[in-house]
Design a protein. Structure first.
Length: 134
């Protein structure tokens, strides 16, 4: 289940309405009602309970869909795989390595010891760059 406090406008989640799952972007979070307004692919907006939202698990394939590319020159055994998008990068190490992920933007590094979801990456990206990851 998703933690309401980790959700922000612009984050990507999976919605579940009547058993049909669709990806969507968060438009607004209502902390009092504990509901989230999400726009799905058809630009349809709907308020969802947290029970009807799932995170998108971050994978290397997800990074490639987000227009990151692998920097082969800086990837390899012991170095993990470096995914780059402009001045922002994600270094992905094999399971068991600590840290598992290293996020880098200009002079800021964030070392993460566990797998994260796409919305968590989006929040790190926004926090480091002041831009949304689209």
């Amino acid at each position: 289940m998703i933690n309401l406090h980790h959700l922000k406008s612009g984050d990507t989640v999976i919605t579940n309405f009547g058993g049909v799952e669709k990806p969507g972007k968060i438009i607004q979070v209502d902390h009092i009602e504990k509901k989230v307004l999400v726009a799905t692919e058809n630009e349809n907006e709907f308020w969802y309970d947290l029970d009807n939202l799932q995170p998108v698990h971050l994978t290397p394939e997800t990074l490639l869909k987000l227009q990151f590319h692998v920097d082969d020159a800086q990837s390899g055994p012991g170095k993990g795989t470096l995914y780059v998008r402009g001045p922002f990068s994600v270094r992905w190490f094999p399971d068991g390595h600590e840290p598992l992920l290293v996020l880098h933007y200009r002079d800021e590094f964030r070392e993460l010891k566990h797998h994260i979801t796409l919305n968590e990456l989006e929040n790190h990206y926004h926090g480091m760059t002041n831009f949304h990851l689209d």
